[in-house]
Write a protein that binds this ligand. Structure first.
Ligand code: GLV
Ligand code: MN
Ligand code: MN
Length: 419
């Protein structure tokens, strides 16, 4: 590609930055709470309204729009018959009270990049697609990566009926209520893609600290999610002596403190988090009979991740024994550390260098659909900075001028691949 074409794309993005800003503000209004923060679990009313908005934008940009069996939304530019194409996007769901950039930005970056390429250069040689993946966070159902597991053919059909939200509604029921056809799960699988690129906010503070414009992701950390249940005995809080109790919450509390200490002692990048707890029966004057809690454990090295999990389970067993309660573990998700594809990493790095965009190689401590997609399709990720590293919080923020370089790298890379 000539230098002239390169600056043309970046200049066009800068001239049209208002388009990107409007996209971000509008998408961020779906599920926004009055006090700030977004709640947009998959297949909720707010999620579906955002989905319809994206479909409208894709159609306005002249893309061919379709939703697959689980509600991943695709916008196609070019002809499928031309050969294997390239897709870019991220996830539409948000964590509870999250920000407007986690997931949403990657969809909008892809939409803007493909729209601008179409406006500047017309039909591509190979098809390009924007994708809004339906779910990544696990904010409604206990299992994560619904959208990317559907397109890679790694989502077991039984899970659609077995995985249920807090109200007992299954994935399949919720998807059907939005008009999707989860019975056709197999049809969501994509074997006709030559590559996938996901732009995402970093969600950590490295780029912001060193004031570099983009991160080129080399690998994504390994994660285990599990649910731990402590089963004790409900008893009268006034008449049951302390030494005769089987208090599930005291066991959980001991376990939580020890889990934190274990990850701290292992040192960075080991992390372990108990983020959700339910207590039954949950009354002032009843000794807690049951506690169900989630544990999120991560490490970028497989053997250290295994060691962390082993230690955490042991801490739960010890706490349970001390309080005379039972403990059981359920594995919700397990992902080994994922290497991004060298050819996409090299492409993104060369493109950033050619554009004069400062960049660094990074390892992602957050999980992403890309770690699932890369198992089947060559995949890479572009990070843009997160102000003070804040994410999974309403404080999540990236100014527009720190978003544009990432979109330029994305658009340029897609141009090289497909035009
Ligand atoms: C997803 O955002 C995760 O890392 O949990
Ligand atoms: Mn997230
Ligand atoms: Mn995300």
């Amino acid at each position: 590609m000539t230098q002239a074409v390169q600056s043309e794309i970046y200049n066009y993005i800068k001239q049209n930055e208002h388009v990107i800003e409007e996209y971000i503000e509008k998408l961020g209004s779906f599920g926004r709470l009055s006090e700030g923060g977004i709640v947009r679990p998959v297949y909720s009313d707010q999620w579906f309204a955002a989905h319809r908005q994206l479909a409208d934008w894709m159609a306005e940009a002249g893309l061919e729009v379709r939703a697959d069996a689980v509600g991943n939304l695709w916008g196609l530019h070019g002809r499928k018959s031309a050969g294997k194409g390239y897709a870019s996007g991220s996830h539409l769901d948000t964590v509870k009270e999250g920000g407007k950039y986690d997931g949403g930005l990657g969809i909008l970056a892809a939409l803007a990049a493909i729209r601008f390429l179409k406006e500047l250069y017309g039909e591509p040689r190979l098809p390009l697609e924007v994708v809004a993946l339906c779910e990544e966070e696990g904010s409604r159902f206990s299992k994560t990566f619904l959208g990317s597991r559907a397109i890679t053919g790694t989502l077991p059909a039984e899970e659609l009926d077995e995985n249920r939200d807090a109200e007992g509604i299954s994935v399949a029921e919720a998807a059907r209520a939005c008009g999707f056809n989860p019975a056709q799960l197999d049809s969501a699988r994509r074997t006709d893609l030559a590559g996938f690129i996901e732009l995402h906010i970093e969600q950590g503070r490295l780029l912001d600290d060193v004031k570099l414009e983009v991160g080129i992701v080399q690998a994504i950390t390994g994660t285990r999610h599990m649910t731990v249940t402590f089963d004790g005995q409900a008893d009268h809080a006034g008449t049951t002596p302390m030494d005769l109790r089987s208090d599930a919450l005291v066991a959980a509390a001991q376990a939580i403190t020890n889990i934190n200490a274990i990850a701290l002692k292992m040192g960075r990048p080991a992390v372990a988090t108990v983020g959700k707890l339910s207590i039954e029966p949950g009354a002032t004057n009843i000794v807690p009979a049951r506690v169900v809690m989630t544990v999120d454990m991560r490490h970028s090295e497989p053997d250290k991740k295994a060691f962390l999990i082993c230690q955490v389970e042991q801490a739960c067993r010890t706490a349970a024994a001390t309080q005379r309660v039972e403990v059981t573990f359920e594995r919700e998700m397990d992902r080994i550390p994922a290497q991004m594809s060298p050819e996409i990493i090299n492409l993104l790095k060369a493109t950033a260098d050619e554009l004069g965009i400062s960049n660094m190689a990074m390892v992602s401590g957050a999980g992403h659909d890309s770690q699932v997609v890369v198992e089947q399709i060559p995949t890479g990720m572009i990070f843009v900075p997160s102000k003070s590293g804040r994410s999974h919080s309403r404080a999540e923020y990236t100014p527009l001028d720190q978003i544009l370089p990432g979109i330029a790298v994305l658009a340029q890379a897609l141009y090289k691949l497909a035009y």
